[in-house]
Structures are given as C-alpha cells and as structure tokens.
Design a protein around this ligand. Structure first.
Ligand SMILES: Nc1ncnc2c1ncn2[C@@H]1O[C@H](COP(=O)(O)OP(=O)(O)OP(=O)(O)O)[C@@H](O)[C@H]1O
Ligand SMILES: [Mg+2]
Length: 270
C-alpha cells in the first residue's frame, strides 16, 4: 500500500492540515493513517488534545524488524475524531523535534518494510524540507510526494531550488499542491516549474504535476486544527470537498490501490 508524503519548503502552507484533511475524507479503500514525522516536532497532539504516548517513537520501536504493518499502526495511533463517523488514526510526534529526528532513521531503516507494505495508505507529515533533513530517506520511499506551496513569487522560487533533489529522490510521483492564498494560476505555476525542470534540470517536465489551489477555508482549517467542532455538514465545507476531489487525482498515481469507481463516487459526493 502506498506511502504518501506531505511536505513544504517555505511558509506554513498547510501541510499538517492537508495530511489530516485528506485522511478525514479518504475513500474507504484507503484506510488511512497519519504519521507525524516533522523533524521540527509535531502539532497534532496539542491541537487535538491527544496523549503524549503512543507516538512516532513507539512506532519506530515497534517497526524494528516488523515483517509487515499488521497491528503496529493500530497500536501506535490515537484517534482524531472529526465527527463520530470520521475518526482518523494518527501517530503523533512529540513537540520539539529531537525524538522525531532520532526516530526517523529507524523508521526508514529497519522499519521501512512496515511503512511500505502497510495495508493502508500511510500519510506522512514530513514538515518543512531542508538540506540534510532526516526526512529525505522517507521521501525516497514514498509513492507520492505532495509538496505544499502557495502560488506566490517567494514560495515558487524556493520550491524551484528543491525540484531537482525532489525529482531525483526516486520513484515517487511528485505533485505540487498549491495552498490557499496564492496569486498565480495553477497553469502559470505549472509552466514555470515545467520550464525549470525541462530546460534547466534536463528532466522530463512531466515528472511534476501541479494540483490545486486549495480554497481558503477558515472553518474547515479550524476543525482540522482542533479549534472548531465539526457540524453535521462538515464534508461540504470547501476545503473538505477539495481534499475529497484530490483523492481522485492521487488515486491515479497509486495504481496498487486504485479504487473501484464506486468507492470514489461514494466518498466524493457531498
Ligand atoms: N486552506 C486553509 N484555509 C485557511 N486556513 C488554513 C488552510 N490550511 C491551513 N490553514 C491554517 O494555517 C495555519 C498553518 O497550517 P498548518 O499547521 O497545516 O501548516 P504547516 O504547513 O503544517 O506548517 P507548520 O508545520 O509550520 O505549522 C493553521 O492555523 C491552519 O489552520
Ligand atoms: Mg505542520
């Protein structure tokens, strides 16, 4: 089953919100689990008033030598309840990053089998990408790397600097997801990135897809941030609808678990 890594290079474009939001509206076949691997430390424990343990530290310990994911994720996760019908299993990272930075090499070393043979979609929040970050091995294991960026000059310029390494990182399908609040169109950003990849880096310009933009939606972001209680019609909030639609794009990059059309239809109908 696929490993879907969510990361970003500048600003706070909504990576953690997106990892949790995608999981909250995931189609049934995905059976998602969110794993916080932000080397700067996690946010979900505090935002959703979860316990300090189990955490990614326990996941790394349990993953050591595990032949397959089995119940490892179930034992290491805690539920974030958006509403009673949507509880997302989350493996939290301790605040402060030291423990996560120590756990990451274990997860991507002896624990890699568990990450990549999971019978569920593992959504990993990799936080902000930096040179030498311990999340690079995780990105190399991922089937899809989703890089959040707002469509503005700063964030696109910083993203460009990382594109070569991201494309080089391996087998992953690379998708840039435009966050809320940009000024350029998706087509403009796709053009700039494709030119850079094709002409300056001499890679296949098709190596990167540009998706989005996500809508600015304080209410949905507040629900996913643990500040607001979800109403009965929470799935109809613009950001939730956008995340549900995104699964259709992502499913085409995840052939091993490509859903039956009925699965997508069930989940994306508001
Ligand atoms: N689509 C959106 N519309 C409105 N607000 C959003 C949206 N996405 C995220 N936010 C808000 O932006 C802030 C940052 O979001 P988030 O924590 O997901 O960012 P991040 O990229 O993970 O950065 P960091 O890890 O540094 O916090 C949060 O307050 C969140 O509620
Ligand atoms: Mg974050």
């Amino acid at each position: 089953m696929p490993l879907l890594a969510v990361t970003y290079v500048k600003g706070r474009p909504g990576a953690t919100t997106t990892a949790l939001g995608l999981a909250a509206v995931a189609p049934e076949w995905a059976r998602p689990v969110v794993v916080e691997c932000d080397p700067a430390g996690g946010d979900l424990m505090r935002r959703h008033r979860l316990a300090a343990a189990p955490s990614v530290v326990d996941l790394a310990a349990a993953a050591r030598g595990a032949a397959s994911s089995g119940d490892v994720f179930a034992a290491a996760s805690q539920p974030v309840t958006v509403r009673e019908e949507a509880a997302v299993p989350v493996v939290v990272a301790p605040a402060g990053g030291a423990q996560t930075r120590a756990a990451l090499p274990e997860l991507t070393g002896s624990g890699r089998t568990m990450l990549t043979t999971s019978d569920r979609v593992v959504l990993v929040d990799c936080g902000r990408l930096e040179p030498g970050s311990p999340v690079w091995p995780l990105l190399r294991l991922a089937d899809v790397v989703l890089v959040l960026a707002r469509a503005n000059a700063d964030e696109v310029a910083h993203l460009r600097e990382y594109l070569g390494d991201l494309v080089d990182a391996g087998r992953a399908r690379l998708a840039v997801l435009l966050g809320a609040g940009g000024v350029y169109s998706t087509a403009d950003v796709a053009d700039v990135l494709a030119t850079h990849i094709g002409q300056e880096l001499a890679f296949d310009p098709q190596a990167v897809s540009v998706l989005g933009p996500l809508p600015h939606d304080r209410q949905a972001a507040g629900v996913l941030g643990g500040e607001l209680v979800a109403g009965r019609r929470w799935r109809r909030l613009p950001l939730m609808v956008a995340y549900a639609r995104l699964w259709t794009d992502l499913a085409s990059y995840l052939p091993a678990v490509a859903p039956q059309p009925t699965d997508v239809a069930t989940e994306t109908t508001p």
